[in-house]
Design a protein around this ligand. Sequence first.
Ligand SMILES: Nc1ncnc2c1ncn2[C@@H]1O[C@H](COP(=O)(O)OP(=O)(O)OP(=O)(O)O)[C@@H](O)[C@H]1O
Ligand SMILES: [Mg+2]
Length: 375
Amino acid sequence: MSLDAAMTAPALEFRGVGHAYDGVPVLSDIDLAVAPGEVLSLVGPSGCGKSTLLRLAAGLEPLSIGSILIEGRIVSDPRTQVPPEDRRLGFVFQDIALFPHLTVVDNVAFGLRRRAAPERRRRALAALEQLGLARFAEAYPHTLSGGQQQRVALARALAPDPKLMLLDEPFSGLDARLRDRLRDETLDLLKARGVAAVIVTHDPEEAMRMGDRLAVMSEGRIVQCGTPAELYRRPASPFVASFLGEVERFEGVVQDGHVATPLGRIPAPGLSQGAAALVLIRPEGVVVGEALADAMPQARVIDARLLGRTSLIRIAVDGVAAPLHSRMPGDVLPEPGAAVSVRLDCRRAHVFPLAQGALSDDAAAPPRSPAPDRP
Ligand SMILES: Nc1ncnc2c1ncn2[C@@H]1O[C@H](COP(=O)(O)OP(=O)(O)OP(=O)(O)O)[C@@H](O)[C@H]1O
Ligand SMILES: [Mg+2]
């Protein structure tokens, strides 16, 4: 391969990858490329195959279907399995596993064992310095907090200067503030060094915050891949829409290019007259305002909580079975029992044909029934 080709080749590429454990398929038709320096977030429900995909890329699992390439070179296919240490990648997996009998600096130096001893120590100390861990160099892992151990694992993976990092829920089990900080620090480090990365997370907000792009998985397949804005604003299926954030749902029938909901008509471009449709709308698209004398339908505040920048308002709406959730700027905090007006912001609504895609389990709340026609 020419130097040019190597420079433009994806940092990591899956081509037609499938996998089964003991004959039970867990991954199918995975086609995915991560560009040099790109951070890709991999999200999906528990058990959908995220860790398996990373383990295959790391060379910890033999590949029987398709191929995996790193910088344009095949590292896994049914005839090839380049060992993990020859893939020029760093990984931090779900269970951190530092060596308990080695000091922090020796743990980090372990990843550099092909180099001369003085250089190993120098580079290990530099990696610890970068993650603010220099003062723990001679400590043993059990004397460190969970967050500190996680940073040591990150330092160990980064020390050999890989061009590709595989991170499997690297921030799980940390408190919210530490998690935020470590997330930002990790992202800054990856970007400063131009390291491509795949980061697995359960948390859609973390995925959108870290990833240049997001790949959403369901039952062993990638169901949509794109920038956070593309996925959030134009989800390809009800599953993706509900996975990336809370949604309110209404069912209805398309008439004159619109679906009727209890809170007004929503445009349904591309759906045919009479088709059954599912409308999903995010709480920030449920807009609460001053009560209007002739408001239809009647709406009342059940309760309102300030969550920081935004408030979460639960509203009982005439003709709608379950309370609606609205997310408004934090200065909108109506009293329980107050009469309010509610409208839907069509720009925040996603309309799907009803037959398309199943909702995820946690999102399978019953849809709201259509409103009777207005007089
Ligand atoms: N070593 C194994 N042997 C047999 N089955 C396995 C093995 N590892 C994983 N599986 C199964 O493969 C499927 C995918 O597992 P995987 O660990 O890749 O999911 P995941 O998306 O990482 O889930 P989580 O979010 O819970 O970590 C699951 O059904 C799991 O039970
Ligand atoms: Mg996993």
